[in-house]
Design a protein around this ligand. Structure first.
Ligand SMILES: [Fe+2]
Length: 254
């Protein structure tokens, strides 16, 4: 599989486009059925992100802060430090409980039944930044909770867009072309600690400029809770497509 898009977390979309080519070649009569099966992962075009103030009770929020401040350094994933300036920690038990508890609220806010897919803690340092990107549909819905920060750090969201099937931007300047595309109608939010925002990362471009340098130590600690439509694991994991659709030719797609 060749990588078709330059942005972060675009592997799923590359696989989807490749899979369509395979289905068109081997099962042309089933192409419509294959594509329509994924409609549930697409986001209604009138959806807009929603800020949620204080989704946690004060004592639960304090416990979350105590938890992240006590994480040992060897528990942190450093793979994205050089290009995004952040450390990550996956699947912390307290946050798994919180995610479970958020499920009904997110279902209500996005107007469909959802289930948790995964979550992670994102500890941005003073070199934090986030290029524009669309997430894989494992993050069709994200509740982004701000835990603590040195200063408000705006995040920018586009309106909902259809999944691109080829890169619509230039290979060298795609980041600026996305940020400056007036058709995307970006809107910005600055979260205060304790507040959250729900957005559709797989259908809304989102980015952050480099973290503001206002203090000696600059940081922003967030936790991302990702949700998928209930009962769609067979769609969000490309490794399951061959078995689910009965198309062995898709088995190399993961
Ligand atoms: Fe994202």
């Amino acid at each position: 599989m060749s990588r078709k898009f330059p942005w972060y977390d675009s592997g799923w979309l590359s696989r989807f486009v490749s899979a369509k080519e395979i289905v068109r070649r081997h099962y042309p009569e089933r192409l419509g059925e294959f594509v329509e099966a994924f409609d549930i992962l697409r986001t209604p075009e009138n959806f807009r992100e929603k800020q949620i103030d204080k989704p946690l009770r004060e004592d639960a929020f304090q416990k979350a802060l105590d938890t992240i401040r006590a994480i040992p350094a060897d528990r942190l994933n450093k793979d994205e430090f050089l290009f995004m300036g952040r450390h990550k920690a996956y699947e912390l038990p307290l946050f798994a409980q919180i995610q479970e508890a958020f499920t009904d609220r997110v279902s209500e806010e996005v107007n469909e039944q959802v289930e948790p897919s995964y979550h992670f803690l994102s500890l941005y340092s003073g070199i934090g930044s986030l290029s524009p990107h669309l997430d894989a549909p494992l993050a069709k819905w994200t509740l982004d909770l701000c835990l603590e920060q040195s200063a408000p750090w705006p995040i920018h969201f586009s309106q909902v867009v259809p999944w691109p099937e080829a890169c619509p931007y230039g290979i060298d300047d795609w980041r600026n072309e996305i940020k400056n595309d007036p058709a995307l109608r970006f809107y910005s939010y600055s979260l205060e600690p304790g507040n959250a925002i729900i957005f559709s990362g797989s259908s809304q471009w989102h980015y952050r400029e480099p973290i503001p340098q206002r203090h000696e130590k600059n940081f922003c600690h967030l936790v991302f809770f990702h949700f998928i439509p209930k009962g769609t694991k067979h769609l969000v994991y490309p490794a399951r497509w061959a078995a689910f659709f009965g198309m062995p030719e898709l088995s190399g797609i993961n």
